[in-house]
Design a protein around this ligand. Structure first.
Ligand code: ZN
Length: 57
């Protein structure tokens, strides 16, 4: 797939933890499928959840 911005640059496919990412090395644009974006949001929401803090005795 060609970069929609550069039009001449082919996107590079990369996979991170089961999520497929297409990025353009020229303009550094990143493209995701809709399902991939949802996966990233789910995972980042889980990772950003505050961990229970235990008060020191
Ligand atoms: Zn580009």
């Amino acid at each position: 797939m060609q970069c929609p911005v550069c039009t001449t640059q082919a996107l590079v496919m990369s996979e991170r933890q089961g999520i497929e990412i297409d990025y353009c090395p020229q303009c550094r644009g990143v493209w995701l499928d809709r399902g991939e974006l949802d996966k990233i949001i789910e995972r980042s929401a889980g990772a950003a959840a505050p961990a229970p803090v235990q008060a020191a005795a």
